[in-house]
Design a protein. Structure first.
Length: 589
């Protein structure tokens, strides 16, 4: 066996043919093992990982083994190239060649000075596991194996048969209920796109729907990451050439309500990334799409299995009649590194049995990560100063909030850049999540505000450029009863007073007058509706009040909250020049 190490995956037709032929000879062929998958990963993530492709050749100079590994650009551990994108990863070879091939790869990694190897999503039933254990010991690696995921499977031949003798997918009643609920939209239909020409125009709508759906559940979709979007596009182009890609949609009339990006490979339909329109969530559209896919799979004689992939989502248990386990295998040359990983895993496992402890540890981990981000972005002194101010606030609090009323006085016009204000929607938030994926503060804002979309009495607004890019967000709510966090108190006012609050401009588009433009346009809308626009600002932000004046907001009064060790009071301050001309818009003292 002759071993060759390549530092990139070449666009080689012969390699592609031999690689995929070896995949097809595997005991359980997977689309994740193919040349196309590895090439798509390289094209999308080539600026962050460096492929380490091991090819083994037999005496006839034919490829008899493939290990698609990778290492970070800055070094570090070696892992499977497809570890973050594939449901299953493995060393490819015939069973009789596997021990020698794995041993040769580990020997070369040790020769290259690699001390840490992390192999994720290795199928537990793969013969690679025993080969790694034997070869790792000979090469001086400490091996640690733990369960990673349990992938739910649907064996189509085991499904119950209907009265007509055909296999029946679970959940048919749910589809009928969905069709009845959506009758005003039109009949329910399914379609599947396989060619790149058909997939290309659908892919952006699928990605946006996926990001929007994740925002709804308080998470940031991995499809907000530009590299992930590139990966899905490159993968679609490559797999569609072989008719392995299936982009499915379920529509009610002309309205698409559910999508699924998946694959039909060998004898399996892989359920990879589904999503649906959250506005019809109560009718279970994703559940219905999966039911339709299962039913179609039972009618395809070439398919025997529907693989629901990684994750333990509850809906999968309603369909699955089988499972396949994957492992995370770590190999360390250092005994200390080995036992540190074992210790971290044992602690994490113990924490999972105590939900409160797990939540506390997760919160602590997020706090530490946030502290490190602030150190990198702001430096040591500002972070220490912030910490000192927070300690002082534990004993003594003094917060002043200035309230400004809009009348258009002093309003400064802004250059016409095609800006327009619109009512905020989930689609706008999804676009922003993709546009500002590398801005943690903006992503945090988007997650926080998504929950307000379904809150009665509050209205969100977004300022859009002429190219559709969101550049500012703001919210309005009735002044009366609004809870002011800075004062820890509810405000009082008349029914015609409306408060603008929680304005946000993403970091990269600040300093362009977007906030001033947005709040002025929103205030004009409120005024046109017969209401009185107000806005508040902490007095500690010295530049805020002059900035608000440029948007037409004039300071009227301020409220001051003073407190010590939990006790406090609120007092009112009204300047002679800025005496509040509309006392009906007030706040408790």
């Amino acid at each position: 066996m002759r071993l060759v190490l390549l530092r990139e995956i070449p666009p080689d037709a012969s390699l592609r043919q031999q690689w995929d032929a070896l995949v097809m000879r595997a005991s359980r062929p997977q689309v994740f093992y193919t040349y196309e998958w590895a090439l798509a990963v390289q094209r999308a993530y080539g600026d962050t990982v460096r492929p380490w492709l091991f090819l083994a050749y037999d005496e006839q100079d034919a490829i008899c083994g493939i290990a698609a590994l990778a290492r970070g650009i800055a070094g570090g551990q070696v892992s499977f190239l497809s570890a973050t994108t594939a449901d299953y990863c493995d060393f490819l070879s015939q069973p009789e060649d596997k021990p020698a091939f794995v041993a040769a790869v580990l020997a070369e990694l040790r020769k290259q000075g690699i001390g840490d190897i992390a192999l994720a999503n290795l199928p537990a039933d793969s013969d690679t596991c025993s080969a790694l254990r034997e070869a790792g010991e000979r090469q001086g690696y400490h091996l640690f194996t733990r369960t990673a995921y349990t992938c739910a499977l649907i064996f189509l031949g085991q499904l119950e048969r209907g009265k007509d003798g055909k296999r029946v997918a679970p959940g048919q009643k749910r589809i009928r209920r969905f069709a009845k609920a959506m009758v005003s939209e039109g009949p329910i239909c399914f379609d599947h796109s396989r060619s790149w020409e058909d997939v290309a125009p659908i892919l952006p709508e699928f990605i946006q729907a996926h990001v929007a759906r994740f925002l709804e559940i308080g998470r940031i979709s991995n499809l907000a990451n530009p590299r992930r979007k590139i990966f899905l596009g490159e993968l679609a182009k490559l797999l569609s050439e072989r008719q392995w890609l299936v982009l499915s949609r379920m529509a009610a009339g002309k309205r698409v309500v559910a999508w699924h990006y998946g694959f039909q490979f060998h004898d399996t339909w892989f359920w990879y990334q589904p999503t649906f329109d959250s506005s019809v969530e109560k009718h279970w559209p994703g559940f219905c799409l999966l039911t339709g896919a299962i039913q179609e799979a039972t009618e395809n004689p070439s398919l025997t299995t529907l693989d629901l992939g990684l994750g333990s989502e509850a809906y999968k248990s309603k369909f699955a009649n089988g499972a396949r386990e994957t492992l995370h295998v770590s190999l360390h040359r250092s005994g200390m590194s080995h036992w540190q990983e074992v210790g971290r895993y044992r602690i994490a496992e113990a924490a999972r049995s105590l939900p409160a402890l797990e939540k506390s540890l997760r919160s602590l981990r997020e706090s530490i990560r946030g502290f490190r981000r602030r150190l990198r972005s702001d430096g040591v002194r500002p972070v220490l100063a912030l910490g000192a101010r927070r300690l002082v606030r534990v004993a003594w609090v003094r917060d002043e909030v200035v309230f400004c009323q809009w009348e258009g006085l002093g309003l400064q016009s802004t250059p016409d850049r095609g800006l327009q204000i619109q009512a905020l929607s989930l689609s706008h938030l999804a676009l922003a999540a993709m546009e500002y994926e590398d801005d943690p503060a903006t992503l945090g804002y988007l997650l926080r505000t998504t929950r307000r979309l379904r809150t009665s009495g509050m209205e969100g607004y977004v300022l859009l450029r002429d190219d559709g890019r969101p550049v500012h967000f703001a919210w309005t709510a009735p002044f009366d009863g609004f809870h002011c966090a800075e004062l820890s108190s509810a405000l009082e006012g008349t029914p015609d007073a409306v408060l603008l609050f929680d304005c946000w401009t993403p970091t990269v588009v600040r300093g362009q007058g977007n906030c001033r433009t947005a709040i002025a346009l929103i205030a004009e809308r409120i005024k046109a509706g017969g209401k009185q626009p107000w806005i508040l600002s902490p007095a500690s932000n010295a530049a805020a009040v002059p900035g608000l004046a440029k948007a037409g907001f004039q300071p009227r009064y301020s409220l001051v909250r003073e407190g010590m060790l939990g006790w406090g009071r609120i007092t009112s301050k009204t300047g002679r020049r800025n005496a509040m001309r509309h006392p009906e818009a007030s706040a408790p003292v």
